[in-house]
Write a protein that binds this ligand. Structure first.
Ligand code: FAD
Length: 384
C-alpha cells in the first residue's frame, strides 16, 4: 500500500529507479518506489553492462552478483563484412571488471531488486502516476487509483516518455519525426564468429551489432529504414546476409525474442526542477550504438541516490543542482559518441577507404585503442 508521506518518491522501477532506491537504501534511506507494471518485464532489452558501470555498481553491492550472471566479452570489434577494421580490447581497463558484461536487462533488474530487498526496500506495484502538484515544500503525487502521496522529492526514473518530466513541464526537445528505427532479436545462429567479443558491422545501409549472450543466443541489433511489426527469422537472416560475415555466413536457426523500436537523440532541458529530479531514459535517449543508454542511467541512478542521501542527511538542496549540472554534460558526451559510431556507417562510398584506413591506424596505436576502451566502458570523471 502507498504511504501518505515519504521523503523520496521514485517513479519507475527500471534499472535507473532501482539503482536510485538501492543506493538510498545503502545510506539508510527508505524511498517509496512505484511502478505501473504489475510485474517486472522478463525480456532481455539492453544487453551490455560496461566496466565503468560495474565499478559504480560495486559501490552498492550489485556488480559481483551481476557479473556472476553474465558473459564477459573481452573486446569490441568493428568489422566490414569479413574485414576487421578496429579491435578495442578491454583487458587493460583500470577495473576489477575488465570486460563488457553481456547480460539481459531482466537479470540486471532482478539483481538490483534483490539488493534493494536485502537492504529492506521493495517496489510497490501496480501504481501509475497520473498527476503531480509541485509547491515550495515538495510535491503531491496522484495515482490512477486516486491515491495521493505527499513527498519532499520526486525522482522521474519513468523512462523515455516520462510522465514525471511531462507533468513537471521539463522540455525534451528534438525533432517531431518518428526517429531512427531499429530491429533487434536474441537469435540462435550457426556462426564462425568468436563468442568472446562484441562485433559492430559497418554496412552501407546501417550498422549491425552482434553480441553473444550467456544463454548461448546472440543479440542482433540493426538500424533499418522501416522495421516490421513482428520480425521473423528471415528478417534477421536477410540482415546478416547483407551486413554480416560473407565468407562463412551466419545461419539463423531460431529467434528467441525480437522487438523493434524507434529512437531520437534527446536530452531533457534540465535534470532538476524544484523537487523533481530526472535520471535515466527520462533524462536522455539516444541510439543503442555502443550500448550506452542503460549504463548511463545506472550511473545517474547511483549518483542521484548518493546526492539525495547527502541532502536528507542535512546537506544543502544545492547539492541536487550539482547533480543536474554534472550529469547533463555526461549525457551530451554519450549522445555525441553514439552519434559518431552511427556516422561511421553513413560514410559515402568514396570516403570509405579513408575511414577504414583511419580505423586500422587507430587499431595499431595502443594509446588510441585504450582511450576508445575507456570511452566505451563508460568511465566518468570522479565526483559526477
Ligand atoms: C525493446 C528494447 C530494446 C532495447 N535495447 C537496448 C540495447 O540493446 N542497448 C541499450 O543500451 N538500451 C536498450 N534499450 C533501452 C534500455 O532498455 C533503456 O535505456 C533502459 O531501460 C532505461 O532504463 P530506465 O530505468 O531509465 O527506464 P525504463 O527501463 O524505461 O523504466 C521506466 C519504468 O517506469 C515505469 N513507468 C513509466 N511510467 C510510469 C508511471 N506513470 N507510473 C509509474 N511507473 C511508470 C515503467 O513501467 C518502467 O518500468 C532497449 C529498450 C527496449 C524497449
Amino acid at each position: 500500500m502507498l504511504p501518505e508521506r515519504t521523503d523520496v518518491l521514485v517513479v519507475g522501477a527500471g534499472p535507473t529507479g532501482l539503482a536510485v532506491a538501492a543506493t538510498l537504501a545503502g545510506h539508510g534511506v527508505t524511498a517509496t518506489v512505484v511502478d505501473r507494471l504489475a510485474t517486472p518485464p522478463v525480456t532481455s532489452r539492453a544487453a551490455v553492462v560496461h566496466a565503468g558501470t560495474l565499478e559504480v555498481l560495486d559501490r552498492i553491492g550489485v556488480a559481483a552478483p551481476l557479473a556472476a550472471r553474465g558473459l564477459p566479452s573481452r573486446r569490441f570489434t568493428v568489422r566490414e563484412r569479413d574485414r576487421v577494421l578496429l579491435t578495442v580490447p578491454f583487458d587493460r581497463l583500470p577495473s576489477r571488471y575488465p570486460y563488457a558484461l553481456l547480460v539481459s536487462q531482466a537479470e540486471t533488474e532482478a539483481v538490483l531488486a534483490d539488493r534493494l530487498a536485502a537492504l529492506g526496500g521493495r517496489v510497490l506495484r501496480p501504481y501509475e502516476l497520473t498527476g503531480l502538484d509541485l509547491d515550495g515544500g515538495g510535491a503531491t503525487a496522484t495515482f490512477a487509483g486516486g491515491e495521493k502521496v505527499r513527498t519532499r522529492w520526486v525522482v522521474g526514473a519513468d523512462g523515455m516518455r516520462s510522465p514525471v518530466r511531462e507533468l513537471a513541464g521539463i522540455d525534451f526537445g528534438g525533432p517531431t519525426d518518428p526517429g531512427e528505427s531499429f530491429l533487434l532479436a536474441d537469435i540462435r545462429v550457426d556462426s564462425a564468429l568468436p563468442r568472446d567479443q562484441v562485433n559492430l558491422f559497418l554496412a552501407p545501409r546501417g550498422p549491425l551489432v552482434w553480441a553473444p549472450l550467456p544463454d548461448g543466443t546472440v543479440r542482433v541489433v540493426a538500424s533499418v529504414p522501416d522495421a516490421p511489426r513482428e520480425p521473423q527469422a528471415r528478417h534477421f537472416q536477410d540482415l546478416l546476409d547483407e551486413r554480416g560475415p560473407a565468407r562463412r555466413p551466419d545461419r539463423v536457426t531460431d529467434v528467441r525474442w525480437s522487438s523493434r523500436f524507434r529512437i531520437h537523440h534527446r536530452i531533457a532541458g534540465t535534470y532538476r526542477s524544484g523537487p523533481v529530479l530526472l535520471a535515466g531514459d527520462a533524462a536522455h535517449v539516444h541510439s543503442p550504438a555502443g550500448g550506452q543508454g542503460m549504463n548511463l542511467g545506472l550511473r545517474d541512478g547511483v549518483a542521484l541516490g548518493d546526492t539525495l542521501a547527502a541532502v536528507l542527511a542535512g546537506g544543502p538542496d544545492a547539492l541536487l543542482d550539482g547533480y543536474a549540472a554534472a550529469r547533463r554534460p555526461l549525457a551530451e558526451e554519450v549522445l555525441g559518441f553514439a552519434a559518431g559510431l552511427t556516422r561511421l556507417t553513413a560514410v559515402p562510398p568514396a570516403t570509405r577507404p579513408l575511414r577504414d584506413l583511419l580505423l586500422r591506424g587507430a587499431s595499431v596505436l595502443p594509446p588510441v585503442r585504450q582511450r576508445l576502451a575507456v570511452r566505451l566502458a563508460g568511465f566518468e570523471p570522479t565526483g559526477r
